[in-house]
Design a binder for this molecule. Structure first.
Ligand SMILES: [Fe+2]
Ligand SMILES: [Fe+2]
Length: 285
């Protein structure tokens, strides 16, 4: 019988606003438990500053395990707009040399899918966008994995294209989910929204399991800092959400993909009414 594979799925560390206590705990877990691999699904930094990448670089380099990292929307140059457009992945490439973006494990392959865009024809740029090119590359990598090896796809943004109320989330997500369903991937791992989840997307070509990891930063949404421990044994993938507060896994997992990582507005925080401005109002200087 094949050895079980243990994968630690971390996300949204946001160096620059990292939770040092949570990071020290994860480091200890990796050191003591020796997972087969670590997958980081993006947002390594808060603002893609050089010193944030340097901190991410040395933290990841010190992990004594195979690591795969995806780029997140926070890893593109934020302040330097020229660099953002001209060479958005330059700073990320500085760290990429340390990492294996595709991992080949016994019985399991980890294949990345890029969901970030330097700029889009709609606001906000932080939303996911799967280009035809990015999808083609991922599908080609999946098609090259020999059976019966299973595939885990890693991405930064969750793939659903729209929220239940119709709001746009990840452009190109519907087609990506359909193609991944058609290929029978084991699951898609993602981050971005800072709360963990484990849900199934139904597509025209079958179901796809989507697993999200929470954050290890101080930018928490509705759950404490956490990471996912994934175990693959005898064809089954199980998820445990590990966190410093010992909150049970199911209570850590949210049931729908929200729009972003900001905390949900509480009922006691009413939105201030915005007065309509009549067109005839005099201009304010
Ligand atoms: Fe994030
Ligand atoms: Fe993000």
């Amino acid at each position: 019988m094949a050895e079980p594979i243990t994968l630690f799925h971390l996300s949204d560390i946001h160096f620059g606003l990292e939770d040092t206590r949570a990071l020290a705990w994860v480091e200890r877990c990796i050191d003591e438990e020796r997972p087969t691999a670590v997958a980081v699904t993006g947002d390594l930094t808060m603002r893609a500053r050089r010193h944030e990448f340097a901190a991410a670089n040395s933290w990841i380099a010190a992990l004594d395990t195979p690591v795969t990292v995806e780029v997140g929307n926070h890893d593109l140059p934020y302040f330097n707009l020229i660099e953002r457009f001209a060479d958005p992945y330059k700073r990320f490439r500085a760290i990429e040399s340390l990492l294996e973006r595709e991992l080949d494990l016994p019985g399991l392959a980890i294949v990345p899918l890029k969901t970030t865009a330097r700029a889009q024809w709609r606001w906000p740029w932080s939303n996911g966008w799967i280009t035809q090119d990015a999808l083609r590359q991922t599908l080609a990598a999946i098609d090259a994995v020999p059976a019966p090896k299973r595939v885990l796809v890693t991405a930064h943004h969750p793939l659903p294209e729209r929220r239940a109320d119709g709001k746009l989330l990840t452009r190109g997500g519907t087609e990506a989910l359909e193609e991944l369903a058609a290929r029978g991937v084991l699951a898609v791992l993602s981050g971005h929204i800072h709360d963990p989840f484990d849900m199934v997307a139904e597509t025209a070509k079958g179901p796809v399991r989507m697993i999200g990891a929470g954050t290890l930063s101080r930018r928490i949404r509705s759950t404490p800092p956490s990471f996912n421990q994934l175990t693959y044994a005898e064809g089954q993938l199980t998820v445990k959400v590990r966190n410093l507060e010992d909150v049970p896994t199911r209570k850590m997992q949210i049931d729908d993909v929200p729009e972003n990582a900001l905390p949900p507005r509480r009922p006691q925080e009413p939105v201030a009414p915005v007065a309509a401005v009549p067109e005839s109002d005099p201009p304010v200087h």
